[in-house]
Design a protein around this ligand. Structure first.
Ligand SMILES: [Zn+2]
Length: 480
């Protein structure tokens, strides 16, 4: 399967899932710091749209120009913290109904004026799904389109009911309908929400109600091809990643996003000259504390770091000089648990699943400083240190990840060797001594085997199978 790079993520609040190198990203209710993180990952050329959800969907238009100024006053601190030169657009109210179109136009024109005054750019309209009754409205919208500057974009939302409905031009690429296209000549378009939803009284709210991962990925491949072929479309954003709101749970793309990114079609921006790879790292953990390497850097799995299996509470070191960030990702979000990220001008170096931090957030650290203790927090199946390096200028892998192993200068001659992570070498499984603990681990490994199989890692799934049987024989033999 090939998915166009124009199919990007719609992120609410934040996510730890890899987002790769799409052409467009939408961020809702995020901090300036998170924006900068995403910018560092996707690079300067990618268009990012930023929006804030209005509390309780309160989007008053009683006095449109004053409301637009209120919008600006509430957001300008955030907006002015991002340089005017950044490739970013700001969206306003969301999916305003047709009956308010005239007041909404006054609002959008004034909102753009505020942004333009500070040399910032707008994503205008954020209109909901189109239908044939809409055609007449485009004449009403013309004053907004005329007030646009070259860096502003038209923002539309498009949803469909099922895979066949992707071919309904009102639901995907309605801006190609001649009566609408005539209003949009020369304008850039983003489709900042796409997915499966209730459309014109058909369908269900969220793809998970009506299809599985495979089915929705087929939707994205098909819709992505349509958007890809439109030169005025910068990109679209699939709703959604990151939200804890139960209403949006059936839209959640966390589980499928790594596949989307893996299936991106066009070549990713090539890595810069290899001279950038002269980073030398000290080992993040003592050689003697490593039980074994349970997973190496292997984008095919995919796994973008090295897993050093070790006991809980072993010292973890800063692998290079830089600024330490002390951070947490929840297991529910597939995260790193407690982790430390060392930032340098060219790299970010992660030590994850820690039991404790031994450094303050924002501290400048030197290579070799103890920054934490190994643990089993976040999305971890047994005590280990996950060590990952990302290059800010990117690489051909997700998040700009690169293989850290060649960069580590081991004090001893031979670097440790990777072995696949299996029931027979997972310290957590090995430590299971009661019947209940063993059942828990067996169940987990059976589930893991299925996950890996479904992710296409067939050979690894087979290894898990064989090791699980071997482990169960061992346990069986220990019974008297
Ligand atoms: Zn790992």
């Amino acid at each position: 399967m090939t998915i166009s790079r124009k199919v990007g993520p719609h992120i609410i609040g934040g996510t730890s899932v890899p987002i790769g190198q799409p052409t467009f990203v939408k961020l809702v209710d995020v901090s300036v710091e998170y924006y900068r993180e995403i910018r560092a990952i996707v690079g300067p050329d990618v268009l990012i749209e930023v929006r804030w959800a209005e509390p309780n969907d309160y989007q008053p238009l009683d006095d449109p120009e004053r409301r637009a100024q209120e919008w600006w006053n509430k957001r300008k601190g955030w907006i002015l913290a991002v340089p005017a030169s950044d490739n970013v657009v700001y969206a306003g109210y969301n999916e305003i109904g047709d009956e308010k179109a005239e007041a909404f136009c006054l609002f959008e024109v004034e909102r753009m004026r505020c942004l333009h005054e500070w040399d910032r750019s707008a994503a205008v309209f954020s209109l909901g799904v189109g239908c044939p009754g809409d055609i007449g409205l485009w004449g009403v919208y013309d004053p907004v389109i005329r007030a646009m500057r070259p860096r502003d974009v038209i923002d539309l939302h498009e949803y469909w009911v099922d895979n066949a409905d992707v071919d309904n031009v009102w639901h995907v690429c309605r801006f190609t309908i001649p009566e609408i296209a005539v209003h949009l000549v020369g304008k850039r378009i983003v489709v900042s929400e796409i997915g499966r939803d209730v459309v014109e009284s058909k369908g269900r709210p969220g793809w998970q109600h009506t299809t599985n991962a495979e089915g929705f990925l087929a939707d994205l491949e098909k819709a992505g091809r349509k958007y890809h072929d439109q030169p005025n479309v910068v990109g679209c954003a699939v709703f959604q990643l990151g939200s804890a709101d139960v209403r949006w749970r059936p839209f959640n793309c966390y589980g499928i996003w790594p596949t989307v990114v893996y299936d991106y079609g066009e070549a990713i921006v090539p890595a810069p000259a290899s001279s950038a790879d002269t980073l030398a790292l000290v080992p993040p953990i003592d050689r003697a504390d490593i039980v074994r390497i349970t997973r190496g850097f292997d984008p095919a799995i995919p796994h973008y770091g090295i897993d050093y299996s070790c006991l809980v509470g072993r010292p973890v070191y800063a692998a290079c000089d830089g600024m330490a960030r002390v951070l947490t990702d929840t297991a529910a979000n597939g995260g790193f648990g407690r982790y430390v990220r060392i930032e340098t001008p060219n790299y970010r170096v992660y030590t994850a699943h820690l039991s404790e931090w031994l450094v303050d957030d924002g501290a400048q650290v030197r290579a070799g400083l103890r920054i934490g203790l190994s643990g089993n927090t976040g999305n971890s199946t047994g005590p280990h240190l996950h060590f990952e390096v990302r290059r800010n200028a990117g690489s051909s892998h997700l998040h700009g990840a690169i293989d850290p192993e060649p960069l580590i200068v081991w004090a001893v001659d031979e670097p440790p060797v990777a072995e696949p992570y299996l029931p027979t070498n997972d310290p957590f499984t090995q430590a299971a001594s009661t019947e209940k603990e063993r059942y828990t681990k067996i169940r987990w490994w059976i589930e893991e085997r299925r996950r890996q199989y479904e992710a296409g890692a067939i050979a690894y799934a087979d290894q898990i199978d064989a090791a699980l049987i071997e482990q169960m024989y061992t346990w069986e033999g220990s019974l008297t």
